[in-house]
Design a protein around this ligand. Structure first.
Ligand SMILES: Cc1ncc(COP(=O)(O)O)c(C=O)c1O
Length: 379
């Protein structure tokens, strides 16, 4: 093979990944022996709930399988605006805009709200979509140590840019811990900055009836607080969400390239999310059930209970992480792992998620297996 050819380059890249234990592989998870899912993000068990599936089917029948155009052309349908009103009402924000994914929501909000004269102060653990968004915005970025309020304060106090954004997740996807939301919102107000908070792992599992941590802290009517979210976790569907003032929504509709140049959210996803929202509103106890189940799994793994559904268990390295995932599968459990470069601090971790629908019997089985395979167990 010619050493400089494209196939040779791909082969060299693959060999490098393999040598470092970082090769990722796709598998059809619906085949083979069914496993107890402690890896997916369907925290409330709604993706296959008959009411949610019926909502998706009804929307497909009424509006079609796809929106068929970008929102500004002819792809805005009443199911989109209905979902936006319902999401705003549920969370307590004045308005909402839905996107084809949570990834697009984060890309959009940061690209549209930041420019070259904006300082973006970004927690070291924020999601890849926010990191990519900063690159898209061409803003100046200061990365602060995880959950370090004093570092955020220093960055804001010394800024030379006209405007500033502070980027956080309210519950982090890597460690499953909560952000010091109230303190950071206080800094945003003090330094005339905007707090952009990703509630992907909080909506449905944290705050009053699953309304998220911004609602829990009474921050949803603050003009300097903008939330993002996803419809693909607790809502069991697909799509993204930005919540904020009507003026924020209008700005995004006009300026957010990942919104403007993208086909509108597929109607079945919107219909599924709307149905899930009805289920969550009628069953406010679901959020607490997820957290109680998470505490049981955390005890079995020897780690502290998380703020939401996500549990993080450090392991010595990527190979050990993969070995634990395989051992869990051998005992009927599907767990996940994070390996560099998906971890912000280079530490490999088992990643487990709790789900509201798991029975006492399922949790007891999971706890028994985890006590054997999780390295921190019995700490
Ligand atoms: C914190 C966070 N934000 C955004 C996203 C992206 O959401 P989506 O899967 O809807 O694109 C994810 C999903 O993994 C996430 O964990």
């Amino acid at each position: 093979m010619n050493e400089s050819s494209f196939p040779a380059w791909l082969a060299a890249q693959a060999a490098q990944r393999e040598a470092r234990g970082l090769t990722r592989r796709l598998t059809d998870c619906d085949r083979g022996e069914p496993l107890l899912d402690l890896a997916g993000n369907d925290y409330l068990g709604l993706a296959r709930d008959p009411r949610v599936v019926a909502g998706a089917v009804a929307a497909a029948q009424a509006y079609g399988a796809g929106a068929a155009a970008s929102r500004l052309v002819s792809g805005t349908l009443s199911i989109h605006t209905g979902l936006e009103h319902a999401m705003a009402a549920f969370t307590g924000f004045a308005s909402a805009l839905v996107f084809s994914s949570g990834y697009h929501a984060n890309l959009s909000v940061i690209q549209a709200l930041a420019d070259r004269d904006t300082l973006v102060v970004s927690d070291a653990h924020i999601h890849a979509s926010m990191i990519d968004a900063c690159r898209l915005a061409r803003a100046t970025v200061t990365v602060t140590p995880h959950n370090h309020v004093a570092a955020v304060q220093r960055a804001l106090a010394s800024r030379t840019q006209r405007r500033a954004l502070v980027l956080i997740e309210t519950i982090y996807s890597v460690l499953g811990d909560a952000a010091p939301v109230a303190a950071l919102a206080g800094l945003a107000a003090e330094y005339d900055a905007v707090l952009v908070a990703d509630e992907a792992h909080a909506l449905g599992v944290a705050g009053p009836g699953g309304r998220g941590l911004l609602a829990a802290h009474g921050l949803t009517s603050r003009p300097d607080v903008v939330a993002t979210g996803t419809l693909s976790k607790s809502f069991g569907a697909q799509g993204g969400l930005v919540l904020g003032l009507p003026a924020v929504r209008e700005h995004l509709v006009n300026r957010a390239r990942p919104f403007i140049y993208d086909t509108g959210l597929a109607p079945p996803a919107a219909g599924g999310a709307l149905a899930a929202l009805r289920v969550i509103t009628a069953a406010p106890e679901l959020a607490g059930r997820v957290r109680a189940n998470a505490a049981i799994l955390a005890a079995a793994c020897g780690v502290d209970p998380p703020a939401g559904a996500v549990l993080s268990v450090p392991v010595p390295g990527p190979r050990e992480a993969l070995a634990s995932v395989a051992a869990a599968a051998g005992h009927g459990l599907r767990i996940g792992c994070f390996r560099p470069p998906s971890t912000p601090d280079g530490i490999s971790r088992l990643r487990l998620t709790a789900h509201a629908q798991h029975t006492g019997e399922e949790l007891a089985l999971a706890a028994k297996v985890l006590r054997h395979i999780a390295p921190g167990a019995g700490r």
